[in-house]
Design a protein around this ligand. Sequence first.
Ligand code: ADP
Length: 734
Amino acid sequence: MSDHHEKAKVQFDLMKSSGEGADPETEVEPEQVAPTDASASLSPGTDHIRLTLRRETSRASVNGRNRSKSRGKQSSRDRNTNTKQGSDPVRHKPTDCGPGKGVPQSPDSDQTLQIKGTEKILQATTQANGTAEQLKVGKAVHEKDEGRKIAKKRRSITVDTSKAKTSLEALKLSIKQLKWKEFPMGRRTACDIYWHGVSFHDSENIVSGQVNKFPGMIEMLRKINLSRAVRTMQELFPEEYNFYPRSWILPEELQHFCAQIRLLKEKEPTLKPTFIVKPDSGSQGDGIYLIRDPADLRVISGSQVKQAVVQEYIQKPLLIDKLKFDVRLYVLVRSLEPLEIYIAKEGLSRFCTEPYQEPSQKNLSHVFMHLTNYSLNVHSGNFVHSDSCSTGSKRTFSSVLYRLASKGVDIKKVWSDIIALVIKTVIALVPELKVYYQADIPPGKPGPTCFQILGFDILLMKNLKPVLLEVNANPSMRIEHEQEVSPGVYEYVPSPVDEEVKVSVIRDTLRLMDPAQRKPHLSNLLGGAPEEAVIVEAGLDEKAEFVQSLPSLCLKQVFPKYMKQFNYLRIVEQIADMFLRFLGVKGTMKLGPTSFRTFIRNCKLSNSSFSMASVDILYIDITRRWAGMASDSRESGMCLQAFVEAFIYLASRRFKALPLREQVLSLLELCDAALEGQAHDEKPRPQKHHSNLNPAPAVSEAPSALGSSAHARHHLDCRGHQALQPSAKENVEN
Ligand code: ADP
């Protein structure tokens, strides 16, 4: 750790400890503040353009009067749940969706507790000093201390729900089940958890606690960026990442796509591949269409070239009752550093509403046959709403697995393949997420820590292989669905299957994010509240009984649990750590030319055959190309993806004879050795020697804590675990 960083960390720790004394957080009454964002309680308006016109008329009424009517209905439910804690029984509506999940009666969480250890220390003090005065002071300190600790123990976990938007309903139920405290209008003092409906930036200036969104997640999960991130991994690990359909990014790869398809058809004239075109920022099936010929691409919209992904269409999905379906799984990324991933044991299966046929020119536009989106199929006349979780057009995933098992399918294998898909996908996203994280929450500055529930959309192929369709940064957490109550009139009505799955996911996410459960680790030190650890110790005993009365967690940890099987995949993350190290902590996301030169120089990568002039040309060349591809190029410089490309290029130059993956690993090793050597050389030098040297650019003096320490650790992990790479057939577990 550099001096600079050490200093920043000490300052930060001091800030934290002084803050602790100033704000004991003991209030019992909620301190509500008026919402600053008038739209906070409104659901995001979506007006969808679809493949067919069939549903447009009914949609119009959904977006109009009846939607606001149902919002009214919702707010009355909200009011019910806003009553004082304890006065309102936990809502428990029996459904046939599983065992009753009502929370059993539990001891009042407002009980006072003895804190072990405090008395002993005080006794020792008084014995040693002996005087009455000292005794008095000691007693006062004791009382104050006890008061503070008891107050801490008494307070329940606070959740700011003012920006929760459409997840509000499920969130309220979850908070209630946990007997936590909700602040629906926000709060003047800090909350433990901030629940945002859309993005990390839904509320600004949060300096502590935890936010349920990572900076940059929305951007990373746009279809183009996800495809890019997975593609980088596919280049390094083609077999491991073959769960993502072959994709081309439009418009930049249009020519490439056309040429490849032409070639394919020339080679095999009988082959009739189908492709699915997805607009970059679309969701819920918006603007999606199928094609069989590149000439059918709708590349231009108005005067603009459309940003989209065109993807190989999976022609042989697994069918149930002749219908195509997909799986929505909820995945919690609990922390980036260290990486922690949980998967919900229960998910949703969403069914098409028209029997499936392999794509032909005739049926290409049949959305209810090819697209499984709930938001589309709910408007087909054939959508079946069911109170049962194992029938109808939306069912629990477990009911589907149960059915498959009854037909002899090895569902353990299906489940373990899904776990592997999820872990590998998150590993592909982490490098860039770290860059966003550091830009928004620079190490050494107070800020919240983050976690996020993601919605993975997975298709099972006929041969049961799972395929990743997309990942949603904001999966719908609605527990109501639209229903046509009379022709053309839609209303929101409670949906038992949604409630069953989603409330458990939110509730158990909260349980996992309970500050009392979280041990301090690197990310806490970067932005969290260190004193949380104190509350942990103090609160565990009293909570134990209540916690035990809750249903068992529906979220299952898969990482670091399966770290050994997957750590070898984290090569790009190591490149990102290198990038972060030279980026510094100035809140930027792009590397300037000087920093890139510093990287080359410090890692000793230039030599007689690769001069610094060539380095500059490489920088300009790659940076310019990536700037042209990025939709957002406000900040100039080299983005992470460009740096990864430059790194891979340097690796391939240097280690020509090796396979690509080995090239990259070898270059990483080389860089590490050079940087370690440099640190070693610099350490013993007395300060005054530096005065004669050119001052090194700030970037090399201020490596990020996230980057440098992480780098060292992952470096070890990845090298160490190479030998542990599992065979392709190895199951993860069920
Ligand atoms: P959106 O975000 O608009 O829902 P998706 O990528 O999830 O976009 O695609 C919408 C639907 O299209 C999916 O739910 C699935 O039914 C179908 N789909 C998407 N990609 C493929 C594919 N490669 N092969 C087959 N079906 C697909």
